[in-house]
Design a protein around this ligand. Structure first.
Ligand SMILES: [Cu+2]
Length: 259
């Protein structure tokens, strides 16, 4: 069974495919902004080309001043352009800040130099584990030899596991220096700051593995502390959780067999 993998593609120029409602909004905002910006780009480039060719050294530069209609036009048009971007942008921002109050579960993410710690705090189910980059020599042991599913520099030994179609609240902090918890297909990028608890929410729409990386320069192994999130069905999440508290290896083994 093939599962969706949220990772960057070769020669990709756009954003990653959205896997959460927040990222969907960000994608829409980006498309809208691009539509708006393209004619401006064309206009500016044409204007520059015309000016370059017209000005052959002896053209007298226009001395127009105090032209009220012209000044009104070039003030009003940019205001209209900026306000039309402002509206969807604030809407997306507000949405990002909403829906944190009644999460299905809360996961605490603590950044360390140079790995992540994930803590689940459910009634009777408090446990945490570290997530390190998957080393080449451990691929066989972890049964993660498929480079498409577990790409180099992005795959981890133990992923963060979350149920799909549920609001998950993520609390983010750091134990040492500032790190950045970022998963592009979730539209998520929050700083992990020592002594401060930042929060965000996700609602993963499709089961799959989603990759991200630490996004604040945090020292020598900054490039080697990837983030891997596994979105699974509610049922598989419950099964994983039951075993994970006592035997993490076994819990992940069962999950991989199911995928
Ligand atoms: Cu870091």
């Amino acid at each position: 069974m093939s599962i969706f993998v949220g990772k960057p593609l070769n020669w990709q120029t756009g954003l990653q495919r959205s896997a959460t409602p927040v990222m969907k909004q960000i994608n829409q905002l980006m498309s809208f902004t691009n539509v708006l910006l393209s004619p401006i780009l064309v206009f500016v480039v044409i204007a520059i080309i015309i000016l370059c060719y017209k000005n052959n050294g002896n053209t007298v530069i226009s001395q127009t001043n105090n032209n009220l209609p012209l000044e009104i036009i070039w003030t009003i048009i940019p205001i209209m352009i900026l306000s039309s971007i402002c509206e969807p942008s604030f809407k997306a921002l507000k949405y990002q800040m909403s829906q944190k109050r009644l999460p299905f579960i809360t996961v605490k993410v603590t950044a360390h130099q140079w790995y992540w710690n994930y803590e689940y705090n459910l009634i009777g189910n408090k446990f945490n584990y570290n997530s390190n980059i998957l080393k080449q020599q451990h691929r066989i042991g972890f049964k993660k030899t498929n480079l498409g599913l577990y790409p180099e520099l992005l795959a981890t030994d133990y992923e963060l596991v979350v149920p799909t179609r549920r609001v998950i609240r993520i609390l983010i902090t750091s134990d040492d220096v500032i790190h950045g918890f970022a998963v592009p297909s979730f539209g998520l990028k929050i700083d992990a700051i020592p002594g401060k608890l930042n929060d965000a929410w996700i609602k993963v729409s499709t089961p799959g593995i989603y990759y991200g990386q630490c996004s604040e320069f945090c020292g020598k192994d900054h490039a080697f502390m990837p983030i891997a999130v596994r979105g699974v069905s509610q049922e598989r999440f419950n099964n994983w959780l039951k075993v994970a508290k006592s035997d993490l290896d076994k819990a992940f083994r069962i999950m991989r067999h199911g995928s």
